[in-house]
Ligand binder design. Structure first.
Ligand SMILES: [Zn+2]
Length: 244
């Protein structure tokens, strides 16, 4: 039997073991390949680590749903008196949930080698979530101060969509790649391919949202939110069934 045809670093030294016989030893450090595979298996990971991943995906799903709903509300109720601030207030709550969920979804696995933690993907997701929250809060403060009568320059709201889209792009790309890393650990080839396909579809979906939102406001964000919801749902579903 061979190791999966997917990236599989040695748990001791980080050497790439892809395609090597699982009965053998790591060519770099001599550790047992079977032991590395067992340590990489999400089903055998520390229970508190897997619990954190589950709660993280739950919070992320709530956040994505709320973002979608807030986008529709902002567009279709946005002209009602005072609703713009409410809509962006909901965005702030959703962004707070996303940040909490992202943090809980991306801890280091205490059982794995430091080089095998998918840290670039986790950093992208955390940076993206911080940026999404910062943009929402800043926009909220500007809207409040404007409705309080102080006439501010509208420079930021015009540019906020660019920041918002950039941070979502960073978060979504990180999430798609992180999904592939989790899929290898299950292992689950279908989830791996979902991560790869979603990773390809997300940039243009987010770009389309960006262009359409210039005409229709925040509503078209339902498109990327639905795609991200589906991806996170698949991850949540598989993590939920992984632990014995
Ligand atoms: Zn090794």
């Amino acid at each position: 039997m061979s190791t999966p045809e997917l990236p599989t670093p040695c748990a001791e030294c980080g050497y790439e073991l892809r395609g090597l016989p699982s009965e053998g030893m790591c060519p770099e450090c001599g550790a047992s390949i079977a032991a590395s595979l067992a340590r990489r298996s999400l089903g055998l990971a520390a229970p508190h680590y897997v619990r954190s991943l589950r709660t993280g995906t739950d919070l992320t799903l709530w956040a994505l749903a709320l973002f979608g709903v807030a986008g529709l509300a902002r567009t279709y109720l946005g002209h009602a008196q005072g609703f713009a601030a409410v809509g962006i207030g909901i965005d702030c709550v959703a962004a707070g949930l996303l940040l909490a969920g992202t943090w809980m979804l991306t801890p280091d696995d205490p059982g794995l080698h430091p080089q095998d933690q998918a840290r670039p993907n986790k950093r992208a997701m955390r940076a993206g979530a911080v940026g999404i929250l910062a943009t929402a809060l800043l926009l909220f403060i500007l809207i409040l101060s404007r409705s309080a009568g102080r006439s501010h320059t509208s420079l930021f709201p015009d540019f906020s969509a660019i920041f918002e889209v950039a941070f979502w792009l960073v978060w979504a790309t990180g999430m798609a790649n992180y999904t592939r890393w989790i899929a290898v650990r299950l292992p689950d080839n279908a989830l791996y391919n979902t991560g790869r396909r979603t990773g390809r579809a997300l940039p243009w979906t987010i770009a389309v949202w960006f262009m359409i939102s210039f005409l229709f406001g925040a509503a078209p964000r339902v498109l990327p939110m639905a795609l991200l919801f589906w991806l996170s749902w698949r991850v949540r579903d598989r993590i939920g069934r992984s632990h014995v």
